[in-house]
Write a protein that binds this ligand. Structure first.
Ligand code: ZN
Length: 246
């Protein structure tokens, strides 16, 4: 294949644009900002679970307090009834003894219940503090997630702009070059990732391998409009003068 040396040199611009576009695509698929969003999502989920657990504790303890309150009320009602009977003067001496005995038992029972109630209320208090703490933690995690999403979207937006600009430049440049040259370049690029490289010294710019003497001699001896290829990677080797005589 033959191509004007200046068109061959512009293949290097095309290769630079393609390399930049490939880097952008790679960056898009390995965005650290995306990883940060996923980490922040996990953190938020952890805090949500903690809030649910704390809320369950609060409602369980609240129910326990209410149940104890009810039991205390029942004991009190019974005590009042017994005292009323004793005060009425309408019960026998035997009944009086039984009622006094029951009142002792009820007072002890109420004491136990009230102690228990106090203890559960303290636990409820602690659970409510814990819930408030977990809710604050969740809010902070949600704010961090929103920030991470914003940074991620910003990074994607930057990549969109870059890919659009470089993509348009590439289209324009490829359109200005001979179709057969670009066709070969694209074919090689699809196969190896790099379609063209500059000859620098004895090194192919595409695969970065050093050429041996005879290959270098053949390449430098070829007519300037000959399209020459690297024996190692197959890419078009563009002679810009930096390899001459090396
Ligand atoms: Zn090469």
């Amino acid at each position: 294949m033959k191509a004007d040396p200046s068109d061959q040199r512009r293949l290097l611009d095309l290769a630079a644009l393609d390399a930049e576009l490939a880097r952008a695509r790679h960056r898009r698929s390995t965005l650290p900002e995306q990883t940060a969003v996923e980490d922040a999502e996990k953190t938020v989920q952890g805090h949500r679970d903690a809030v649910v657990r704390a809320r369950t504790s609060v409602s369980d303890l609240g129910r326990e307090v209410a149940k104890l309150e009810q039991e205390v009320t029942q004991v009190r009602t019974r005590e009042e009834r017994d005292r009323g009977l004793m005060d009425s003067g309408s019960v026998s001496a035997k009944q009086m003894t039984d009622l006094a005995h029951e009142l002792d038992t009820l007072a002890r029972r109420r004491g136990v219940l009230e102690d228990e109630q106090l203890e559960v209320m303290e636990r409820l208090d602690a659970a409510e503090t814990d819930l408030a703490h977990e809710q604050a933690g969740l809010e902070a995690a949600e704010t961090a997630l929103a920030d991470a999403v914003e940074r991620r979207d910003g990074a994607i937006g930057d990549l969109d702009v870059l890919e659009e600009r470089r993509g348009a430049e590439r289209t324009t440049l490829a359109g200005q070059l001979p179709a057969d040259l670009v066709g070969l370049y694209d074919q090689l690029r699809a196969r190896t990732g790099t379609g063209a490289g500059e000859l620098v010294g004895a090194r192919c710019g595409a695969c970065r391998l050093e050429m041996d003497r005879s290959e270098l001699r053949d390449i430098t001896a070829a007519a300037p409009d000959d399209v020459v290829r690297c024996e190692q990677c197959g890419a078009i080797v563009v002679r810009t003068g930096k390899g001459a005589g090396a």
